[in-house]
Design a protein around this ligand. Structure first.
Ligand SMILES: NC(=O)c1ccc[n+]([C@@H]2O[C@H](COP(=O)([O-])OP(=O)(O)OC[C@H]3O[C@@H](n4cnc5c(N)ncnc54)[C@H](O)[C@@H]3O)[C@@H](O)[C@H]2O)c1
Ligand SMILES: [Zn+2]
Length: 680
């Protein structure tokens, strides 16, 4: 391939990865691969400047502005950072800085490089007035509503010395705990999991509905302060002041006098960073004094006074011994790689994720291959590639099963889904067991004293096939049951046995579960897509199991937060005779089949027969209070704008899409005052 062809190829490829990364929040390759390609392009362009394409990604910040949000121009451009993976290049950076400053003394501030989304917030007279994304560096998306949902970001600040107009910049991120919570919930309801915290944060900030954004508790670390005129002499001073004014500044920064101190900081955080509450991918080194920053200036794309040192993802290589296939609650089959044990980021790894059949194909991995594994923001390491140089005749293709490894049913693949499914929902053992585990979890029926192997034992003894069987268990049936298991992880033998105390605990927990509130019961049923939030909404709306079971699709689809997909799933579930029998048995067992209505005391029937939806925020009501007032006066809430909607109540910062749609359909729009007038 000629250099010109390669430049073309790289330009297209990198532009495409940038588009996927910034527009669609997807990483098709890892950062190291991406950065290596970009570096190759920069090298070729330097050598053959005549072949550089006008749309080259080497001179521009990678993002773009979108059509979905208003565009804002940045007062100060939002640039990228030069980056390196090598200490040698870091020393070269230090040499350039020294030369650029004509050997004047200087210091650095080191910070962690937080892996999220760059945000810029403007404050006027101490009040947050605008929040924007970086976009193409010159223009970004105005996502003020979404940024206001960040609880740690002050909406107003007080203090002396605050300039009338200033901008703070930082990294918006999804805390790891929140990332895991969301994925647990998605797993519960059979939704595809979010790939990593960065892409999840980026996708969340791009949501149109800030109510959805508010549910994912995003956070933001601030790392830059800009005003005209400048009020600080150094970056360090600005960090201290921002912290005092109530901005969330990560305490992990440090001033370093030499590049050796910088190296020590890098080494310290290489492993310590895993104890932080968010994903990080390197550190950022900044010249401390502002006058020196100005002296060094900028390139087209990044400041000359700063650089990012990126940690190579923690990787190791080892042998792929075998692949096993796990069947989840919804029947999805997940391949798991079993490895020759290897040390990675301080822990011994024996297993890694292979995600699905597509991934195995994409990697081209075979049994007995030497594979690379990596630990990114997620807990479980994943297989990221094959060391083809080490492939021998011993490597054999992976036979992806055509039948369920647990029950032998032929697997099916749904249109557009990456997973194969075992369709034998009712009697496939792992699906049955996962359903039981779902049923007993704390957020459902809270019978967790049945965990840790006890369920397996009851299934083995034929005492538990269906969660309703729990309510037929007695001391006589349980006492003395025993079985020995070999622990897969450690190879140790573990004996599970039901002594008197255990049996008592279990039966008490089962007895107590009869008092679990109706929304928990609804969630426990395990209807696909009905997670706990949806269960609560359904319980609120219908009040009882019978009302819900009788509800036709048309009614369900109008319940707040229930869309067509969930509505369909509920209808199909209750139409199944086995499920109907299951529900009847739970009713016989005395479970809560009706909501303790949130006591919305009826106030009037002024809103009888009228339907409402609201958008934005209100001066007199929280969202819950507004919903209560509507219901207390006989009104009903709908989930979306449709012809059936009587009124859209429009508050401050109303979502433009709802208002537009209401206008198109000719739905009445009223303000908060008019609503108050209607009920008083
Ligand atoms: N895998 C992919 O497909 C893909 C595609 C495009 C970009 N990328 C990755 O993104 C990088 C380029 O993206 P970029 O320009 O958004 O980021 P960058 O690596 O050039 O760094 C600049 C960004 O770092 C962030 N940052 C985090 N902590 C910071 C701190 N303490 N101080 C200052 N800034 C801090 C800010 O958001 C800032 O905008 C590439 O190096 C590449 O690894 C990956
Ligand atoms: Zn099966």
């Amino acid at each position: 391939m000629s250099p010109q062809e390669r430049i073309h190829e790289l330009t297209d490829k990198i532009n495409y990865y940038n588009y996927q990364y910034y527009q669609n929040s997807i990483s098709e390759v890892d950062d190291y691969t991406f950065d290596t390609l970009l570096e190759e392009l920069i090298g070729l362009e330097r050598q053959y400047p005549e072949f550089r394409r006008p749309d080259t990604p080497s001179l521009r910040v990678g993002g773009t502005v979108s059509k979905e949000f208003p565009t804002v121009y940045h007062r100060f451009p939002m640039l990228s950072l030069g980056n390196t993976y090598s200490e040698v290049e870091l020393v070269e950076f230090d040499n350039r800085v020294r030369k650029g400053l004509n050997d004047q003394p200087y210091t650095y501030v080191c910070e962690l490089k937080f892996d999220g989304v760059a945000l810029s917030m403007t404050y006027e007279n101490g009040v947050l007035v605008q929040g924007a994304t970086r976009g193409d560096g010159v223009r970004g998306d105005d996502i003020t509503h979404n940024i206001r949902t960040i609880r740690t970001l002050p909406l107003r600040i007080h203090g002396d010395k605050i300039p009338p107009l200033f901008e703070v910049r930082g990294e918006g991120f999804l805390p790891l705990a929140e990332f895991e919570r969301i994925n647990k919930e998605r797993e519960d309801i059979g939704e595809p999991l979010l790939a990593n915290p960065r892409n999840a944060a980026s996708g969340t900030f791009k949501q149109q509905d800030s109510a959805i954004v508010a549910k994912r508790r995003l956070d933001c670390y601030l790392y830059s302060f800009l005003s005209e005129p400048e009020i600080f002499q150094t970056h360090e001073e600005s960090l201290v002041a921002m912290n005092q004014w109530g901005f969330n500044v990560s305490p992990t920064w440090r001033t370093c006098r030499t590049i050796q101190e910088v190296m020590a900081y890098i080494q310290e955080w290489e492993t310590n960073r895993y104890s932080l509450p968010l994903a990080t991918d390197g550190i950022v080194i900044k010249v401390n004094r502002y006058d020196q920053q100005r002296e060094l200036g900028f390139t087209a794309k990044s400041p000359r006074w700063a650089i990012a040192y990126k940690y190579k993802a923690q990787a190791a290589s080892t042998t792929l011994n075998s692949v096993s296939y796990q069947v989840g609650r919804t029947g999805a089959v997940t391949p798991v790689a079993h490895l020759k044990p290897v040390l990675l980021a301080g822990t011994v790894v024996k297993r890694a994720s292979l995600h699905n059949a597509n991934e195995i194909q994409r990697l081209g991995v075979m049994l007995n291959d030497t594979v690379f594994i990596e630990k990114g923001g997620e807990i479980i390491p994943k297989v990221t590639g094959v060391d083809l140089a080490k492939r021998t005749a011993a490597s054999v293709p992976i036979d992806y099963p055509t039948h369920c490894p647990a029950c032998g049913t032929p697997l099916v693949r749904k249109e557009g889904e990456a997973h194969f499914y075992c369709p034998n929902e009712k009697s496939c053992p792992p699906q049955r067991q996962a359903r039981l585990e779902h049923f007993i979890q704390r957020r459902a029926m809270n019978i967790e004293s049945l965990g840790e192997g006890k369920i397996e034992l009851l299934i083995d003894k034929g005492l538990l096939e269906n969660p309703a069987d729990l309510y037929d268990l007695t001391t006589e049936k349980l006492l003395g049951l025993e079985k020995a298991y070999t622990d897969e992880e450690s190879g140790k033998i573990r004996v599970v046995s039901f002594r008197e105390k255990t049996v008592e605990n279990i039966l008490t927990a089962i007895e107590r579960s009869r008092q679990q509130p109706f929304p928990n019961v609804l969630f426990a049923l395990g209807i696909r897509y009905v997670g706990n939030t949806t269960a609560e909404k359904l319980a609120d709306y219908f009040g009882s199991m019978d009302e819900l079971m009788a509800a036709p699709y048309e009614t369900l689809v109008n319940v707040p937060e229930v869309g067509p997909r969930i509505a369909q799933s509920i209808v199909a579930w209750f139409a199944d005779p086995d499920n109907q029998r299951f529900v009847e048995r739970l009713r016989q067992a005395g479970l809560q089949f009706a909501a303790d209505r949130k006591i919305v005391e009826p106030e009037s029937s002024k809103l009888d027969g009228k339907t409402f939806l609201y958008t934005g925020t209100f001066a007199h009501f929280s969202r819950e209070e507004l919903e209560e007032r509507i219901q207390a006066n006989g009104g009903k809430l709908l989930s979306g704008v449709s012809k059936k909607l009587s009124y859209l109540i429009v508050g401050e910062n109303a979502g433009p899409s709802k208002v537009d749609k209401a206008r198109k359909l000719g739905v009445n729009m009223i303000g908060e005052q008019e609503f108050i007038a209607m009920i008083s």
